[in-house]
Design a binder for this molecule. Structure first.
Ligand code: ZN
Length: 463
């Protein structure tokens, strides 16, 4: 019966294989199967995409992302340095520094520092964050008060299975330690209102974040009490007295997945901008001969970058100065190049008029160069020239994004770094759909095309 169905629809052999592979899913014992694994069995995606999806799923918060990149770096032989200590850097060695748990700089120490090639990305994503005194009891339910972090596409957070993760300050004999926590399982949801109770829901619904976002955690009996610090303590196997502060994010528990008839797309939370974080980390790790290559992963991009670990803070400059040993920093600075990588808006066929006619990036057609006359993106004629030549040598296609003249465009860490450090900068990114949704989509080919381009740039022969 399945075969006839396929023939009728002229489904190709790949789809037929998918149907056959999925057939056992009808049996109860196969419920634990991860659909992404089926795609991998069919070799629809590369090992790189497999590693990427693993990283995305393990990184529900900026702090988890930095911990996971740190682990990757340590496994590749990078040495962790403490900003509070004196450093004795050795040429040819590889180092990294973490600041405030959410930002990281890593590099390969050059024999002779001429200039740095810096790949930058940001670790934070728009999301919903738990308030300091979050528990509410309302209409027979325990609810959790949430604040909006960054430019969240709010409607996408409704009717999702949500969990919590974040970092917790642990009191430790007069000092404070930072520890990560991840509940991993779905602990709540923000249900939509039935359409019968809001007949205008499909015609321009407005969301009041204060009234409509409190998350439902459980039923609440009349005399019952709930304490969020106690919840955290139980999850972390600690006493409530040890919990002396927290930054906790809500996140959807659904894992990332390769989707599309031909496996063209990758759907996941936090693609903006953990996709770029993973690519730049791979570019540094895979190129062990690339002396003078540095990566910076900044926190707080989605809320303006002004912080100790944001791109408008002193982190990168501080590390650059310390890593530029026995050389004139000012000369090294002007010999350096910053490549800021953050996702770009791929054209959505249902909303094509939102893009300028000449600048309509497609998923899986290569890295997008972002240009803006008002310098919301830092790309200049010269850095554009460098990237075009690098792309030609690497045999990687490029696309351009320039927003409609009547639509403002976003910005990223590129202009901030260019402005703070005076380093020539280019803004690049992989095209994606639904930026700032709880579930974003990018192409499965673009991440490796971007990696190939960055690998070419580590050669420094164009800078
Ligand atoms: Zn971004």
């Amino acid at each position: 019966m399945i075969k006839n169905f396929c023939n009728n629809l002229l489904v190709d052999t790949l789809s037929l294989a998918l149907l056959n592979l999925n057939f056992p899913d009808m049996l109860p014992h196969t419920l634990e199967r991860n659909p992404r694994r089926d795609n991998l069995d069919l070799q629809m995606v590369s090992p790189f995409i497999d590693r990427l999806t693993d990283f995305l799923d393990r990184s529900p918060t900026p702090w988890h992302a930095v911990a996971n990149v740190s682990e990757l770096l340590e496994r590749a032989g990078f040495v962790r340095l403490d900003e509070r200590s004196a450093w004795a850097l050795e040429t040819g060695a590889a180092y990294f520094v973490v600041r405030s748990d959410g930002a990281l700089v890593a590099w390969r120490q050059p024999t002779d520092v001429v200039g740095w090639t810096i790949f930058g990305a940001h670790t934070d994503s728009p999301n919903l964050r738990v308030r300091p005194e979050p528990i509410m009891k309302k209409e027979g339910y325990f609810q959790l008060g949430l604040e909006v972090y960054g430019g969240v596409l709010l409607s996408t957070w409704f009717d999702r299975d949500l969990s919590f993760a974040g970092r917790v300050a642990i009191a430790n004999e007069g000092s404070v330690l930072s520890e990560l926590v991840d509940f991993k399982r779905a602990v709540g949801m923000i249900p939509n209102l039935a359409i019968h109770l809001d007949r205008d829901a499909n015609s321009g619904r407005k969301i009041n974040p204060h009234e409509e976002l409190p998350m439902i955690l459980s039923r609440a009996e009349k005399d019952a009490d709930l304490n969020f610090r106690e919840l955290l303590a139980r999850e972390m196997d600690r006493s409530p007295e040890e919990i002396s502060g927290f930054e906790i994010c809500a996140y959807p528990v659904e894992t990332s997945q390769v989707i599309g008839l031909e496996g063209d797309f990758l759907a996941s939370a936090r693609l903006d901008n953990l996709l770029s974080c993973f690519i730049v980390a791979e570019a540094l790790i895979q190129n062990d001969g690339a002396e003078g290559t540095m990566i910076v992963l900044n926190d707080h991009e989605e809320i303006g970058s002004v912080s100790t670990s944001g791109a408008d803070g002193p982190f990168l400059e501080s590390i650059l100065r310390r890593a530029t040993i026995e050389a004139d920093f000012e000369r090294v600075r002007v010999n350096s190049l910053m490549i800021s990588i953050d996702n770009a808006h791929g054209i959505h066929p249902n909303y094509a008029s939102k893009h300028d006619e000449g600048h309509r990036p497609l998923l899986n057609e290569g890295p997008v160069v972002k240009v803006n006359a008002n310098h919301r993106y830092a790309t200049t004629a010269i850095t554009q020239g460098i990237i075009e030549q690098a792309a030609e040598r690497a045999d990687v296609p490029l696309q351009y994004f320039s927003s409609r003249a009547d639509l403002g465009c976003g910005s990223t860490i590129g202009p901030l770094t260019a402005g703070r450090l005076g380093i020539d900068t280019i803004d690049l990114g992989c095209a994606q759909f639904a930026m700032h949704s709880a579930r974003e989509t990018c192409g499965t080919k673009d991440p490796e095309l971007m990696l190939k381009l960055l690998t070419q740039l580590t050669q420094r022969d164009l800078i």
